[in-house]
Design a protein. Structure first.
Length: 238
């Protein structure tokens, strides 16, 4: 699987006449695996990893640096906290989701700035489990040119991480989008990745579910409610 993805990344970059890849390195397993794959595909000199803290947990930056050192990547730090804080002063007060979604959208515009500057592609880090149920921010972390692990369930990402020799603390870290202190993916989605992957796999293969009726119903609702996120903007046809 690793070799196939690496070959695919090479072909995507070549087809677009781009010179390399830029990605956000968050300190989580998904971005670490994508960084490893891109480095394998293009060589580390053609991959730029951005550290993009935005009122983030300091441990996330430490973890991102750990990954960058292990993969010997070129890196750049762009602290988005002042921009984010200024936007909150300008914008009217709003619920937490509206404010928290600004963070991945600021990261997206930063990634595209560097991509345009360097003639690189923006490489997204979303996996199949998250994309399937809409666990990403539209025009935020969902905004990318390519998604190398977009066809992999979370359990496959964990397996690939070991194959790529991703540091053990990153593999064992609880997955989080880092949108607020103490936030975890599984806590926010209300389901474990183990259950989610199993349900998605059985839905795709049209086999009998092993999880409870309520869990399957929840996943189906998440898929349905997030359909708009996986579509391009609708166009009225004359």
């Amino acid at each position: 699987m690793r070799k196939r993805i690496v070959s695919w990344i090479k072909n995507q970059v070549k087809a677009s006449n781009s010179k390399g890849i830029v990605l956000g390195l968050s300190g989580g397993i998904d971005s670490a695996v994508v960084a490893g794959l891109c480095s394998n595909a293009l060589g580390r000199k053609n991959v730029l990893a951005l550290f993009l803290p935005c009122n983030s947990n300091p441990q996330d930056l430490k973890d991102a640096r750990l990954v960058a050192r292990a993969l010997r990547l070129k890196t750049k730090l762009v602290d988005l906290s002042p921009v984010y804080n200024n936007l909150l002063r300008i914008f009217p007060n709003a619920p937490g989701l509206a404010k928290n979604n600004l963070k991945p959208r600021l990261r997206m515009l930063t990634l595209y700035f560097f991509a345009n500057k360097l003639n690189y592609l923006v490489c997204g880090t979303g996996n199949k489990s998250e994309l399937s149920v809409g666990y990403f921010t539209k025009y935020g972390d969902g905004g990318a040119d390519i998604l190398p692990i977009g066809g992999l369930l979370k359990r496959q990402v964990w397996s690939l991480a070991r194959e790529l020799n991703i540091p053990e603390p990153i593999i064992n870290k609880a997955p989080t989008a880092g949108l607020w202190q103490g936030q975890t993916d599984e806590g926010e989605m209300g389901i474990t990745y183990q259950d989610l992957d199993d349900i998605l796999s059985r839905l795709e293969n049209k086999t009998k579910q092993a999880a409870s009726f309520n869990k399957v119903k929840r996943v189906k609702k998440m898929i349905e409610a997030s359909t708009h996120k996986r579509r391009v903007a609708g166009i009225f046809r004359i």
